[in-house]
Design a protein around this ligand. Structure first.
Ligand code: SF4
Length: 353
């Protein structure tokens, strides 16, 4: 049987696991430093860890499990990785370069059941959740890629926006965040981590009540139920009013800003009346909400959707601004490679078929 990757353990879990086997607390911290600060990829390289502890770890765990299947590098420095999991499934991870640092977008599930009709990832139904280890390892693989380049670059930001609905894999997503923000490890600041959900209302409430303390983004994508149900199947089960109630709970509880993601689809949701309706929907939440407008990256399988023109994007933005809504237009990355989320994966799978 394949051994799991040790990246799945939080520091507390590792401390408890080693403690139950007679090892002192400091051993876990030592191992943790080797994993996340010195970033060794073999237990035998942990030279100051007691040999018995090294043997114990190697007997039960491994470190790396993902195999690099494909890597696409864009002229703007974006790198798309397609990793093969131990069971042969493929997942996508993206490294993006921004002025403010280097961010990684991770995948949380193999496929996705949410069924957004514009999304390349959603074309392939969920076959399983990723383990916490498999999510952490995506970041570590990217960090190891940067280490190999020898330019002393660090992953500084994280977005949980890749394939899958992170709140549909809540426990593993939470452990992943605990590992990645631990100040003794990679120490990615909670303010630099954003989890994006399609709007699972009960999980938004749970997230608000949790100690995770990271940013939340909601894929809103429409100003009313009619359009949202048309483009996001999830809206049938969780209509906008229910979603807004969960958002209000989150805002009240955390007093933290949220991002409302809005993908602009030509003639579907990008007209002036939609912008006005959206502004009304945001309403009093405007002090704690930023609308992030996302120009659509067309995918072959969804030819019914086209990208909004530059003029429409600017007009939409201006209308929101005039209504006092804080908004931004997402900068695009990797336009010369398979830029849409899940596009590289679905192409490779099709090729294999
Ligand atoms: S946009 Fe996100 S939630 Fe929707 S189908 Fe794609 S991966 Fe799933």
């Amino acid at each position: 049987m394949n051994k799991p990757s040790i990246y799945g353990l939080t520091l507390d879990q590792m401390t408890a696991w080693l403690g139950e086997r007679g090892h002192k607390k400091f051993r876990a911290t030592q191992v943790w430093e080797w994993l996340y600060r010195k970033r060794v990829t073999a237990f035998s390289d942990m030279t100051d860890v007691h040999p018995e502890c090294v043997e114990l770890l190697a007997d039960h765990y491994t470190i790396l499990t993902l195999e690099e299947h494909t890597k696409q590098e864009s002229l703007d420095g974006t790198v798309k990785f397609l990793f093969k999991l131990v069971d042969g499934n493929l997942i996508e991870t993206v490294l993006m370069r921004h002025k403010f640092g280097l961010s990684v977008c991770v995948t949380t599930q193999v496929g996705c059941n949410i069924g957004c009709s514009f999304c390349a990832s959603g074309l392939l139904k969920k076959s399983r959740d990723l383990s916490a280890a498999e999510i952490v390892e995506q970041v570590m693989q990217v960090q190891l890629h940067l280490d190999q380049r020898g330019k002393d670059e660090r992953v500084s930001h994280l977005v949980v926006m890749g394939i899958g609905e992170p709140f549909d894999n809540y426990e593993n997503m939470s452990d992943f965040i605990r590992v990645i923000k631990d100040h003794k490890g990679l120490a990615i600041g909670p303010r630099h981590i954003t989890v994006s959900t399609s709007g699972l209302a009960n999980k938004i409430v749970e997230f608000a009540d949790s100690d995770l303390g990271v940013n939340l983004a909601i894929s809103l994508h429409a100003p009313n139920d009619e359009i949202r149900t048309r483009i996001m199947k999830i809206n049938k089960a969780i209509p906008i009013q229910k979603l807004m109630a969960a958002i209000d709970y989150y805002l009240e509880k955390t007093n933290r800003r949220i991002t409302l993601e809005y993908i602009l689809l030509k003639d579907v949701n990008d007209q002036r009346e939609h912008a006005l309706e959206l502004a009304e929907l945001v309403g009093d939440r405007r002090n704690l909400a930023n609308v992030n407008l996302i120009p659509y990256n067309p995918v072959d399988e969804h030819s019914q959707y086209q990208r909004s023109s530059k003029e429409s994007i600017t007009a939409f933005y201006d209308t929101l601004k005039k209504q006092g809504i804080s908004c931004s237009v997402r900068l695009e990355h990797g336009t010369d490679i398979d830029a849409a989320c899940g596009q590289l994966r679905s192409k490779q799978i099709k090729k294999a078929q």
